[in-house]
Design a protein around this ligand. Structure first.
Ligand code: DOR
Ligand code: ZN
Length: 367
């Protein structure tokens, strides 16, 4: 018997594919906006995608006082249009000499949202960072009392420790003691890169959370050496083995409230990256939500992106959720190799690669 001709042409097979993603406006809980011309070049990328961002204080000199943070906040706002509706949340850079009274004053005044701990010499502009965690116990006591979060660059710096082990050793030597000594202190372990960190956060107290970057979800350490040295994939903490990346992907897409979005977008001019001693940092702000959306889709968890990007962070910080809505569309496109020019010419994360999603801005009447 002849088979019946199909009435319509066969459709390409796509399981649960959606083409428009609408969600609550997101926040970035870890970003480097820099200063001066670089601030002018990069701030718009963050303000376009995010309502608020925790702004890192590792300028040179670092932001260690309330006055410096207030002035920096003004410079950030001056680099943007009021219509961007962007709120920078400022942080205080901890040093061996941090003054608990200054920290408390800044938090109570609504200038400081959190304090950032850089172990001395761990990364960009960290030379004035903390040399021994015990030096800042008075500051941590004050922060615990007033409910002010501590944000950690979680790596030890001793030359005897292999660079790929620095986060895991930090968990053993520093963080495990910190959570016992300061049981009520809110702590965010920033930009986690290992399965060890995922396990530590999951089994830790409710006061402990972590941010995860788009790049640590997308690349493993091979990316830095593919066919040659690839400085634009170098950041700190450095990307680890594939099984660590997979653990991060499971954590981010699990729906667990302890994990939330923090891009660690860290722009350095191309000449400072492509050098004999290149700077650490990946400029991921321009396609941050596209990158996260790609990971969540690959993990079959697009329905959990909103909680990771827009809900877990503000809940941890005790802030209101954003009410505006944003949209991403399935519009495959290739990210440019370069953005900007001259001293602020930058290579964005995903440069030259294809992205499935495109951030389109505020949701409209269709949604
Ligand atoms: O790769 C990084 N870049 N990691 C950091 O911790 C700092 C950042 C920067 O400021 O360049
Ligand atoms: Zn950072």
């Amino acid at each position: 018997m002849p088979t019946e001709a199909p009435i319509t042409a066969p459709q390409p097979f796509r399981t649960n594919a959606i083409d428009r993603l609408v969600m609550r406006r997101a926040d970035d809980w870890h970003v480097h906006l820099r200063d001066g011309a670089m601030l002018g070049a990069v701030a718009q990328f963050t303000a376009r995608q995010f309502a608020r961002a925790i702004v890192m204080p590792n300028l040179d000199p670092p932001i260690t006082s309330v006055a410096a943070a207030a002035a920096y906040r003004s410079r950030i706002l001056a680099a943007l249009a009021p219509s961007d509706g962007f709120t920078p949340l400022m942080t205080c850079y901890l040093t061996d000499d941090s003054d608990p009274d200054e920290i408390e004053r800044g938090f109570e005044a609504g200038v400081f949202a959190a304090c950032k701990l850089y172990p001395a010499h761990a990364t960009t502009n960290s030379r004035l960072g903390v040399t021994d965690i015990r030096r800042i116990y008075p500051a941590l006591e004050a922060m615990q009392r007033i409910g002010m979060p501590l944000l950690l660059h979680g790596e030890v710096t001793g030359k005897e420790v292999d660079i790929f082990d620095r986060e895991a050793v930090f968990l053993d030597l520093v963080l495990s003691r910190l959570v016992v000594r300061f049981p009520a202190l809110k702590i965010v372990l920033e930009h986690i890169t290992t399965a060890d960190a995922v396990a530590f956060i999951e089994s830790g107290p409710a006061t402990l959370a972590a941010t995860i970057t788009p790049h640590h979800l997308a690349i493993n350490r091979n990316a830095m050496f593919e066919g040659g040295i690839r400085p634009h994939f170098y950041c700190l903490p450095v990307a680890k083995r594939e099984h660590h990346r997979l653990a991060l992907r499971r954590a981010a897409t699990s729906g667990a409230a302890k994990f939330f979005l923090g891009t660690d977008s860290a722009p350095h001019a191309i000449g400072d990256k492509q050098a004999a001693c290149g700077c650490a940092g990946i400029f991921c702000a321009p396609y941050a939500l596209e990158s996260y959306a790609q990971t969540f889709e690959e993990e079959g968890a697009l329905d959990r992106l909103e909680a990771f990007a827009s809900e877990h962070g503000p809940r941890f910080y005790g802030l209101a959720l954003n009410t505006e809505r944003i949209a991403l569309e399935r519009t495959p496109h290739v990210a440019p190799h370069r953005l900007g020019a001259g001293a602020t010419e930058l290579a964005p994360f995903h440069a030259g690669a294809s992205l499935n999603w495109r951030f389109v801005g505020a949701a409209d009447e269709r949604d």
